[in-house]
Ligand binder design. Sequence first.
Ligand SMILES: *Cc1c(COP(=O)(O)O)cnc(C)c1O
Length: 360
Amino acid sequence: MSIDVQPGIMDIALYQGGASTLPGRSEVLKLSSNENPLGPPPSARAAAAAAIATMHRYPSTDHAALRAAIGEVHGLDPDRIICGVGSDELFIFLCQAYVGPGLEVIHTEHGFALHKTSALAAGATPVEAPERARTVDVDAILGKVTERTRMVFIANPGNPTGTRLPDAELARLAAALPDNCLLVLDGAYTEYAEGYDGGAALVDRHPNVVMTRTFSKIYGLGAMRVGWGYAAREVIDVLNRVRGPFNLSGPALAAAEAAMRDREWVETCRAENARMRAWLADALAALGLPSDPSHANYIMPRFESAEVAAACEAHLREEGILVRRIVGYGFPDALRITVGTEDDCARVVAAIKTFREGRR
Ligand SMILES: *Cc1c(COP(=O)(O)O)cnc(C)c1O
């Protein structure tokens, strides 16, 4: 093939999603993609179904109704909100608009794959900052900043670690970064982290801080592909110039707006996740599998070795349970398990117990 591809593109590793099916099995328990086991609120299903009636019409281009709902619920200025096809699309917009060849984007050692992918897609150079004890390390990030650095990505809580950077550390990072460098706070799991605002207050204090959020996790709308970002007016104006005018479909917008306004559902899901997350972590610790306290909807138990982790994952697959191997995130000896319903959690623990007993 003599058609040249732009620099960086062929360095992108194709995204490996959590498996959702097993050959020869009609029923699987999927605990591999951090989805809400309770799904979206019924109000969101109803809103999406109603929006199907007008699918011959183009959707809203300014997403005003959804931005108003987000603004009301979170106490934010809707004019400083942008909506994307998942938060993934916002990472692409950010990199497309602010970085390129010769410029550097810092991501963390165990950070989300799409941070690096978005930098490469824009022709920029991704730079990895080490983490400390499976947690984002502010000094390590600051140590990687050069005059070419234009962006820093952090997932908080982290995925797959579930660990959280204290608010004071986030504030220290935001204050220490140069003014010409954007700090992108990926808050996909914010709702699960007790007392965390996703970085919204930091955005208000620093014009170079951006917060991204998603409807894919606690709102149970992964298939609808809706995310949003909050930033300084100037940044939102820039991002809207690269955004496609009809990036979000009508049913997706309707579902997200209904879900955002359904606070009771979100609170139920948050409380239920916290309860089952604690139970799951304790049950696995009792089986000799420690994990860091998680602030998200998954936990990351650590095994004796990569070989044992792989064998456990294979055993679970045989039992019809899908969890995530996270070798590519730097954890060959761990698995990431999404917190499911009470029944789901009991089932995965029982299967891991059988696995551990079988190996004695
Ligand atoms: C799931 C996830 C997202 C959300 O991606 P969407 O495109 O909004 O579905 C973003 N960041 C992290 C770290 C995630 O785990």
